[in-house]
Design a binder for this molecule. Structure first.
Ligand code: PLP
Length: 352
């Protein structure tokens, strides 16, 4: 048997393997669900019709999400994590021979699904979410006429952000499908969610996995004009979000005050993590550079990303290693401290 060329070199997605005491590699929330809310959810379990398929339209879940952000529910489509809807958008809203414009660095799944869908992807290396980047993207949009542009804002993994003004400018220069992944926007204030109705080619992606601390449920959303939303509903797999996830996420989304307080805590934790990193930057001059981020993670620029990554791994601390930089998810006080201490030990030993 001959497998298609495109899958021969693929390997299963492997998050940082190993046994870690401190897990700061996946941008999850460090806050697990409040016990009282968890108790309420456990009462709900017995009301589930386990023998029946889920609601294919996930109406109540979409309503809860729409209420949280004050959006029309018909314009919100639920998915099995935003990962799934990224795959659906790239696979179903393009056809053979199409081109997708992506930016770098960015979320790896865009390239992954483009590869599987056999669309041509064009990549622009960003300079750091600047006006120059916007000009460059507009230039490439005009020149290459791609069928879709997709990127995250704020960006995973750079942590940087384009302002609303910059995004509007891009939208003005774009008549193809525009997919804006706002997975981390709850930690910042440049969301286009309130303006999505002005653009018939804009799809905004959201997830419950990061700010809301519900990564285990696998629930994400696409927000777009109803005509597009109806198309997404038409092409997604019918029972994509299971009943348990629909119910649990729906209930938690109505705990708005609680969720907002979690977001506050995560922002505070990231600030204190960054402060610790900046203090080390002062103390050990010229050994690395800390970057300003608008997300729930810190970024350290360094030529020794691999060495630091391996050192931390030995201390049972996992962070994410990229070419030339490290990404560290904000954890609780203890986790942040463990990272900072181990990082300082590395810097000390390096100085010798
Ligand atoms: C984590 C992440 C997602 C994935 O979210 P899920 O809903 O857990 O699939 C999507 N986009 C970006 C940029 C992310 O970092």
């Amino acid at each position: 048997m001959q497998l298609p060329e495109k899958v021969i070199n693929l390997m299963p997605y492997a998050p940082n393997e190993g046994n870690f005491d401190v897990v700061l590699d996946a941008n999850e929330s460090f806050i697990s669900l409040d016990e009282k809310i968890a108790d309420k959810l456990s009462m709900e379990i017995k009301n589930i019709n386990f023998n029946r398929y889920p609601d294919p339209t996930a109406k109540k879940l979409r309503q809860a999400f729409a209420d949280f952000y004050s959006l029309p529910w018909e314009c919100c489509v639920a998915s099995n994590g935003s990962d799934e809807i990224i795959g659906v958008i790239i696979n179903c809203l393009t056809q053979k021979g199409d081109k997708i414009l992506t930016l770098a660095p960015d979320f790896s799944m865009y390239g992954f699904y483009s590869h599987l869908s056999e669309v041509k992807s064009i990549q622009i290396d960003k300079l750091g979410e600047s006006d120059k980047d916007i000009e460059e993207i507009i230039k490439i949009l005009e020149k290459e006429k791609p069928n879709m542009i997709i990127f995250s804002n704020p960006c995973n993994p750079s942590g940087k952000i384009f302002t609303k003004e910059q995004i509007r400018k891009l939208l003005k220069g774009c008549n193809c499908l525009f997919v804006l992944d706002e997975a981390y926007m709850d930690f910042s204030d440049q969301s286009m969610l309130n303006e999505f109705e002005n653009y018939d080619n804009l799809i905004i992606l959201k997830t419950c996995s990061k700010a809301f601390g519900l990564a285990c449920l696998r629930v994400g959303f696409a927000v777009c004009v109803k005509e597009l939303a109806d198309k997404l509903l038409a092409v997604k797999s019918p029972y994509n979000v299971n009943t348990v996830s629909q119910l649990m996420a729906q209930k938690v989304l109505y705990e708005k005050e609680y969720l907002l307080s979690c977001i506050e805590k995560i922002i505070e934790s990231k600030k204190s993590l960054c402060k610790g990193i900046e203090e080390l930057e002062q103390k050990y001059q010229n050994s690395f550079k800390s970057e300003k981020t608008y997300t729930n993670f810190a970024v350290i620029k360094t030529n020794e990303a691999n060495e630091i990554f391996e050192f931390l791994k030995q201390k049972k601390i996992s962070v994410r290693c990229f070419n030339g930089f490290l990404r560290i998810t904000a954890g609780n006080d203890k986790e942040n401290k463990a990272f900072l201490q181990a990082f300082e030990q590395y810097l000390k030993e390096r100085q010798g």
